[in-house]
Design a protein around this ligand. Structure first.
Ligand code: ATP
Length: 228
């Protein structure tokens, strides 16, 4: 059975419809890339899943109909979001940011700082003083502290230097290998997505146009739908 299932999902920004026909199925422990050119609806799909936008159509997580739930209930079911643009509490320390997000489960300060040792070094510093890459690690750490069954990463390496990007991809690969958590990953780099994701769903103008195994995503398909 799917952990997350979207079927012919529609979503709206006020009167403007942004999603028309998005479908995808993600199993427990599976990693999926959500791909497509700029403005095709990836972030909007994430917002619809996290109940930040009105949506209609099929939207189920762990057997619950998400269209009936407000966002705080969706989060409590086990959906962890690392939003585009990070968003930590700038005035709180790294430790306070992590503790504020904590919910019971295997992910605690110790496990998060084992994954990102820099966060242990910076534990008493205010989040505002962190580098962009460290803030991104903190954003991932905060989502992990909620002990989600599904972790959604929206452009987690955007705007970061190559070495930090590598560190973050390595952490995502470890999550995939060791945590049993399902992952939904948005990123501009198909090569890096291919290293951690089993399958991909491609969006074009608010609709799913392709889904399949990462290995079947040929250069022709990439050129057609993603522009690389
Ligand atoms: P990107 O890679 O640029 O983040 P994306 O695939 O995530 O692209 P979305 O941000 O989901 O794309 O945008 C999908 C569509 O929704 C676009 O046509 C965009 O103009 C529109 N849209 C996004 N945010 C809003 C908003 N706040 N109000 C109205 N329309 C919006």
């Amino acid at each position: 059975m799917s952990l997350l299932s979207l079927h012919a999902l529609r979503a709206f920004y006020g009167p403007a419809q942004a999603l028309f026909d998005v479908s995808l199925d993600l199993a427990e422990g599976e990693a999926m890339a959500l791909m497509g050119r700029n403005g095709m609806g990836k972030t909007t799909t994430v917002k619809a899943i996290c109940r930040m936008l009105p949506a209609s159509g099929g939207l189920h997580f762990a057997g619950h109909d998400l269209t009936r739930l407000p966002s705080h209930r969706a989060a409590r079911l086990g959906i962890g979001l690392v939003p585009e643009g990070r968003r930590c509490f700038a005035g709180l320390t790294v430790r306070e940011n992590l503790i504020a997000a904590a919910r019971p489960g295997p992910w605690d300060m110790g496990r998060v700082t084992a994954l990102f040792p820099r966060l242990a070094e910076r534990a008493s510093q205010r989040a505002a003083t962190l580098s962009g890459g460290e803030q991104q690690m903190l954003a991932i750490g905060r989502a992990l502290m909620t002990n989600p069954r599904l972790l959604i990463l929206d452009e987690a390496t955007e705007g970061l230097a190559p070495l930090i990007r590598q560190e973050i991809w390595a952490a995502i690969a470890r999550l995939k290998a060791e945590s049993g958590m399902a992952l939904l990953v948005i990123d501009k780099s198909p090569a890096e997505l291919a290293q951690v994701c089993d399958r991909a769903t491609i969006l074009e103008r608010g609709a799913t146009v392709w889904s399949g195994s990462m290995a079947d995503l040929t250069p022709d398909l990439s050129a057609r739908w993603i522009g690389v």
